[in-house]
Structure formats: structure tokens, C-alpha cells
Design a protein around this ligand. Sequence first.
Ligand code: SAM
Length: 230
Amino acid sequence: KLSDRLNAVANNIPNGARLADIGSDHAYLPCYMVNKGMIPMAIAGEIAEGPFQSALEQVQEESLTNLITVRKGDGLEVIAPGEVDCITIAGMGGSLISSILEKGKSKLVGVRRLVLQPNVASFAVRRWLIDNGWELLNEEILKEDRKIYEILVAEKGEPLKPYKGIDLESGMQFGPILLREKSDVFMEKWKAERRNWQRILIQLDGATQNEETEIKKKELKKKLKMAEEA
Ligand code: SAM
């Protein structure tokens, strides 16, 4: 059984898609999808030796070596252009996810859907999607083991469409779809963030003032204003 977080990622993978799961650790997601018969094959990519070995072992243990290939390498370098229809990248920071996509751009030809689960800094992923012509189809937010996770689902399309009627900056920060839904988990996340920013702001006020603290304070005030508006 998958965690609620990975289950939410799995639910956004199209039936029958050839999948690459990048940063696959134990290859739980590809194994689950193939075992359920939801996808015909998968590639599990891993950069680090330990997790790469764990992925290999898992795939062998579940007798899936004919359907799941475990490859060691950095980001999208483990796939060839046209080899997969869907890419999942889960459990990493948003800037790492966007740098993997940026470095691997040439491998995205033919990829129909991206399912991305940034642990932090999801705005970096939304920024990359906008800049590269990917449209957000769906966003989910969920809480598991007292942590809050976001899932971003994108397809090639009109990148700014889901942002219609909302300020682009706050849309990227909060997620245009999540911002419209305003679920309980969403409200909990941003109330906590706001408290955190307010606390830092007070600390900065007490610190020796210089150019750096001024810039930070300005940034925080901008974020607070956005949070209030949301
Ligand atoms: N995707 C799994 C999940 O969501 O449960 C595993 C998440 S784990 C926290 C992140 C994994 O990504 C680690 O195993 C790490 O080695 C791998 N990773 C980090 N940077 C990577 C990169 N550039 N290319 C491939 N894998 C990477």
C-alpha cells in the first residue's frame, strides 16, 4: 500500500502511460502502478547509490524486472526522448524539481503529462511550468503524518489559463487551483506560514538594521500582504 502522498501522485498518472519516476528511491510508485495493471512499463531513475540499490531490490523482489527498468543517473538523463508519456518527480524541493526539468528539457518531447510533488517551494515549479509552456491541469494539497504536501499536474498547453482572474504572483505562490478551492489543509498551511513570517519579521525588527534586513523585511511584508489577501 502506498502512502497517501504517493497515492495522490498515482491517481494523477494516466492509465496506460509509459512512466518515468525520477528520484524513485524504493521504486514504490512504479511497482504499485505496474502491479495494479494501470501502466504497461516504467523506468525508475535514481542518482544516489543507496536508493538505486533499494529500487533494484524492490523491483526484483516483486518480480517486475521485465516491466520496470531501474537506471542510475541524474534527473532526466536516464530516459531517451519519446521513451515515456508521463514523468513523476516526488518528494524533493521545488527548486530541485525545476532544475531537473530545465536540465532535461530535450527529453520532454513527447511527454504528455508531468506529475510533480514538491515538498517545499512549489512556486519554483509553477514558475518553470509557466516559462516552458506547461498548463496546470490539477493541484492537490494533503496532510499526512503532520506534514502538508502539494501535487502539481501539468500538460503541454496554455500556461496562464488557470491563473485567469488572479494575480500571477499570488497564483504562483499559493497555486491557482488550490487558491480557488481554499481547502482546510490549504488554509492551515498558509496560516502557519503567516505566523512564521510574522515571527521572523519581529526578529528582524529587533536586529541591527542594514540593507539586508531591509530587503528581507520588504519581502516578508509583501508575502504577508499576499497571504492576507488570499
Ligand atoms: N520519489 C520518492 C518519494 O516521493 O517517496 C522518493 C523521494 S526521496 C526523498 C528523493 C530521492 O530523489 C532520493 O532518493 C534522491 O537520491 C533522489 N534524487 C535527488 N536528486 C536527484 C536527481 N537529480 N536525479 C535523480 N534522483 C535524484
